[in-house]
Design a protein around this ligand. Structure first.
Ligand SMILES: NC(=O)c1ccc[n+]([C@@H]2O[C@H](COP(=O)([O-])OP(=O)(O)OC[C@H]3O[C@@H](n4cnc5c(N)ncnc54)[C@H](O)[C@@H]3O)[C@@H](O)[C@H]2O)c1
Length: 312
């Protein structure tokens, strides 16, 4: 008999709740919403609310809340949002001290209960947290990815679509590098349905859009007092779906580099083909000299945080 896929969501906060709603509504599998024992009832309450929602919307996925890692045994995918988000004035790197012990706790439990799951890490500082998750679990590089590039690309695409006055559906654009203020929007590969973006938007306007994209997370933190959660959740679900349905989508993901783009033993955002084997391919784009220099700067920023993590 066919069985449903099992999806473990680690952290039942703002992103975790939206992830649960999207995974269930899309019937990607049965969902376990895990949080720490002090938040067990909160996780159970959210799960019950979302199950009741199934009667209105009409989906068959089961959603359960738990504070017991044993319930996640054998999960096919886990998506990790455990940790604290930014407050106004904080950088993502300011979260290391709090989120490092949390990602280690999560990784140790994941290693024990669901070592074969595809892990999608969202917790910040993203590139360093996904690095630490892989180091602690020892998971193969194909099965551990960080979510940032899909979200940063989405922000870039939205600002481009609005400025160019075209449908968001026709914008093709990718943001690579680390999930920080020196992330790298790739203008050389940016088109409105194959027509170069420069045909639609002047150079100075593009520079302003790149700046807004880089500060896109902070703009929302300043408005809401906490991080974004709708678009981050959709981005991670796109990655999970590409894996579960073997879609072989080309998505910007933080992937473990072993020489690609000239970097080793580092996670940064690069174009990846995501299919049933996880990261099936890292695509090496022919970057301009300027883009290479920006990627180098971004990789150096990520490396600096990873060095802190390695000492911690
Ligand atoms: N990668 C990205 O693009 C991106 C985008 C937005 C937010 N984020 C990050 O995602 C993380 C979550 O954001 P949020 O808005 O959902 O935060 P949130 O505070 O709403 O939820 C986080 C949850 O993690 C739980 N938690 C803490 N320690 C845990 C542990 N050991 N095991 C399991 N759960 C634990 C907390 O109890 C809380 O419920 C933050 O670090 C935020 O900075 C990343």
């Amino acid at each position: 008999m066919a069985t449903r896929k099992k999806i473990g969501l680690i952290g039942a906060g703002n992103i975790g709740g939206e992830l649960a709603r999207l995974c269930a509504a899309d019937e990607l599998g049965d969902v376990w919403l895990y949080d720490i024992p002090q938040k067990e009832n909160f996780a159970k309450g959210k799960a019950l609310d979302l199950e009741q929602n199934s009667a209105v919307i009409g989906y068959d996925s089961n959603i359960r809340g738990t504070a017991n890692w044993a319930d996640l045994e054998g999960a096919d995918v886990i998506i990790v949002t455990a940790g604290i988000p930014r407050k106004p004035g904080q950088s993502r790197d300011d979260l290391v001290a709090t989120n490092l012990p949390i990602i280690r706790d999560v990784a140790n439990n994941a290693k024990k209960y669901c070592p074969n799951a595809l892990a999608i890490v969202i917790s910040n500082p993203l590139d360093a947290m996904v690095y630490e998750y892989k180091r602690v679990t020892g998971c193969p590089k194909e099965k551990v990815i960080g979510m940032a590039g899909v979200l940063d690309s989405a922000r870039f695409q939205l600002f481009l679509a609005r400025e160019a006055g075209v449908s968001i559906k026709d914008v093709r654009a990718m943001v690579l590098g680390g999930h920080g203020d020196d992330m790298v929007p790739i203008l050389s590969a940016c088109t409105i349905n194959a027509v170069p973006i420069q045909n639609f938007i002047a150079k100075e306007k593009l520079a302003a859009i790149i700046d807004r994209t880089r500060k896109g997370g902070g703009e929302i933190v300043n408005l809401m007092g906490t991080s974004a959660y709708y678009a981050p959740a959709s981005s991670a679900v796109a990655m999970a779906k590409a894996y579960l349905n073997d879609q072989k989508r080309l998505l910007a993901c933080a992937a473990y580099l072993d020489g690609e783009y000239g970097y080793k033993d580092l996670f940064i955002g690069v174009p990846c083909v995501i299919g049933g084997k996880g990261v099936e391919k890292i695509v090496e784009l022919p970057l301009s000299e300027e883009e290479k220099a920006m990627l180098k700067k971004s990789a150096a920023s990520v490396q600096a945080v990873v060095d802190v993590v390695k000492k911690g």
